[in-house]
Write a protein of this length. Structure first.
Length: 256
């Protein structure tokens, strides 16, 4: 868990990113501010990442994407890379438009195309709802969720299944999609009594978990309102459904 927080930094959390190793795949799910620094601190090489999965295109989920694309043009020792490893970037509809705005329509970043030729080593995939894909032996699919044209992802390899909610308000499409997953990584941005925007609070999350019935819940995307009150999330979930619950922190490693 590279980042388990929001755009507002706290002692334990800042922004959103997760790194997953399964089968032969090494992937990032979201790539918010500080992702590359946290990878450095955990000894994870960004040169070995096979794909970046973006749940939606808000700044706190994508801002390290361009630095990641740029660094792939260099070797780990800083020399120009003659044949950069392909970086797959996967996201909901709007992915091509996002890169066009960030790079091609931006005279300050356009050098990524005109000089560094990023498209030579960057492959974009716009996901289709519930279509099954595969990367390095890891299967995945997606469904839309209720948050700024975002999606949730499911990954499975025959041994374990993991669902990432991304940012979302409670959504029956996601509940059905996640039902029976081994691990549900779900946002809980604010307490239910002060819920803001298209997000989830602890009472809503408890109902989602009771319906989806995962073996393990990892709670993420926590705003500072949760500082010192994380136990309330655990209690709400455990009262609704008995399963293992982990409240995420930056740089947390979970082995399954």
């Amino acid at each position: 868990m590279l980042g388990a927080g929001s755009i507002v930094p706290t002692t334990d959390r800042f922004c959103t990113a997760a790194y997953l190793e399964a089968s032969e795949a090494r992937i990032l799910v979201d790539c918010g501010p500080g992702t590359l620094e946290k990878m450095r601190r955990m000894g994870i090489s960004p040169h070995n990442v096979d794909a970046v999965f973006l749940t939606h295109y808000h700044l706190d989920h994508v801002s390290d994407l361009l630095p990641l694309i740029k660094l792939r043009a260099y070797t780990p020792t800083g020399e120009p890379q003659r044949s950069p490893k392909t970086l797959k970037v996967i996201g909901p509809p709007g992915l091509t438009e996002l890169l066009n705005h960030l790079i091609h329509s931006n005279k300050f970043f356009e050098y990524l195309e005109s000089i560094m030729n990023y498209r030579k080593y960057t492959a974009l995939t716009t996901v289709e709802e519930r279509r099954e894909y595969e990367i390095c032996g890891l299967k995945f699919s997606s469904v839309p969720v209720t948050h700024s044209y975002g999606v949730a992802y499911k990954f499975w390899d025959g041994r374990c299944s993991v669902v990432f909610s991304g940012d979302t308000a409670p959504d029956w499409r996601l509940i059905e999609f996640a039902r029976g997953a081994d691990i549900l990584i779900h946002e809980c941005s604010f307490p239910s009594d002060s819920l803001i925007g298209q997000h989830t609070g602890e009472r809503e999350l408890a109902l989602i978990v009771a319906e989806a019935r995962p073996r393990l819940v990892v709670v993420t995307h926590l705003y500072p309102a949760w500082n010192g009150a994380e136990h309330q999330i655990v209690r709400a979930i455990e009262e609704a459904y008995k399963c293992r619950v982990i409240v995420g922190r930056d740089l947390m490693e979970i082995r399954i």
